[in-house]
Write a protein that binds this ligand. Structure first.
Ligand SMILES: *Cc1c(COP(=O)(O)O)cnc(C)c1O
Length: 412
């Protein structure tokens, strides 16, 4: 057993898709002394993070910041918008969509799950966990709902359990084409800060974000990005809400404060994360993750293993799901890699448990740490007796060498 503060191999390789490795700059920012959250200095920090996070969501409208993990942001969105027994249409893209569905059930809503039907014969896995949300299915279901009973459409943008990204703009168009008044709720908890997300342009009513994935922070902050329509809807929604209620928080936020104690030190980290993102620019940050995704997918193809995302246009820039051959327990493989190389990989969750593992390529990473991570996986695959078609590490090295990163490696 390794003591938590003593990794024999130097820094642990945290290659899961969240929490992601936290840059030293952010860790140092978080280590500053905690200040009075009602004092004058705090308002400067509060206003800075509130306006900075709007730029990350690409919105002019308010973003609520909660001292909670992503799950809290799911619950917050539903309790602020819904009334008991409301129908919501959710798209089954994987484990996180399923957990959100379960929260809706627990809150007394009536969620309906839309799924891509069928099973992929070659892997035995459900197609719905290998594909993106399908706007045509959403539009067809909304057209049937002539009484407009469905209050919201809920889609996971970055499905972290599979490595599939769903296109959000066509979902908005599908709702509008059906002439349906449903609100659009989008979970971009893992994508925020590394996969392009445009709140206003895409017409999303509430988006959920989290700190410990694309934003490169430790766990402990989550977000609800709002639209004017969502704020209006929250005024007549009847589910009980107290801690999560937007109204009191938004009122206090006007002065840079919160109605209860915010997590000051994580907000220092958030301010630093936002600075780091805008020193490079959003476009550059997105391109960096796309490039890493391409390299890792190339490596997986070189090994001859299937990628969980079956739709080339929907592959995630922040993680890659790898399906293990039938009969190979992916959890045993992860355990072996962890024990031998001190490298953590993401587990297969829910319906794909034991059938796949996930490689995160987000947070404090670079070409060399990714090549090292791929080397750990490749050695583990060989130790587990899996026959590989070729070397993924070699492919990734060739890819990085022949595709230089366009942006400078370090801030000036
Ligand atoms: C991580 C994650 C969540 C849940 O967030 P917690 O921080 O674990 O509560 C929800 N949705 C997606 C897509 C996620 O990646």
């Amino acid at each position: 057993m390794i003591a938590l503060d003593q990794h024999p191999s130097g820094r642990h390789f945290l290659q899961i898709p969240g929490p992601s490795p936290v840059p030293d700059r952010i860790l140092h920012a978080i280590g500053r002394p905690t200040i009075d959250h009602r004092g004058p200095e705090f308002a400067v920090l509060g206003k800075r993070v509130l306006s900075g996070i709007q730029r990350v969501f690409q919105t002019r409208h308010p973003v609520v910041i909660y001292p909670a993990s992503g799950t809290g942001a799911w619950e917050a969105a539903l309790v602020n918008l819904m009334s008991p027994g409301d129908a919501v249409l959710m798209f089954e893209t994987g484990h996180f969509a399923s957990l959100w569905h379960r929260i809706a059930v627990r809150l007394g809503l009536q969620p309906e799950f839309l799924s891509v039907p069928g099973t992929d014969a070659s892997t035995g896995l459900p197609w719905s966990w290998r594909r993106a949300a399908q706007p045509e299915l959403i539009e067809a279901r909304l057209r049937e709902d002539r009484a407009h009973a469905i209050r919201a459409v809920c889609v996971v943008h970055s499905e972290t359990s599979t490595g599939v990204i769903s296109d959000i703009a066509p979902v908005r168009r599908a709702i509008d084409a059906a002439g349906h008044p449903a609100l659009l709720l989008v979970d971009t908890i893992s994508g925020l800060g590394c996969a392009d997300y445009r709140h206003d342009e895409w017409g999303v009513d509430v988006a959920m974000g989290g700190s410990q994935k694309g934003l490169m922070l430790p766990p402990g902050i989550s977000f609800n990005a709002l639209s004017p329509k969502a704020i209006e809807a929250s005024k007549s929604a009847k589910l009980p809400k107290a801690y999560w209620a937007w109204d009191e928080i938004l009122e206090m936020n006007k002065g840079g404060y919160w109605s209860s104690t915010p997590n000051t030190n994580l907000l220092y980290g958030l301010a630093e994360s936002i600075d780091m993102i805008f020193e490079q620019g959003l476009e550059t940050v997105f391109a960096r993750h796309q490039r890493w995704g391409e390299a890792v997918r190339g490596a997986v193809r070189a090994w001859g293993l299937p990628i969980q995302c079956a739709d080339a246009a929907a592959c995630s820039p922040l993680l890659t799901g790898v399906i293990t051959p039938v009969g190979v327990d992916a959890d045993a493989l992860r355990k072996l890699i962890h024990e031998r190389f001190d490298l953590s990989l993401g587990a297969g969750l829910g319906k794909v448990k034991g059938r796949m593992f996930r490689i995160g390529h987000l947070g404090d990473s670079n070409d060399l740490t990714l090549v090292a991570a791929l080397a750990g996986v490749e050695m583990g695959l060989k130790l587990a007796g899996i026959a590989l078609a070729g070397s993924g590490v070699q492919l990734a090295m060739d890819f990085f060498a022949s595709h230089p990163q366009r942006a400078p490696l370090k801030a000036a």
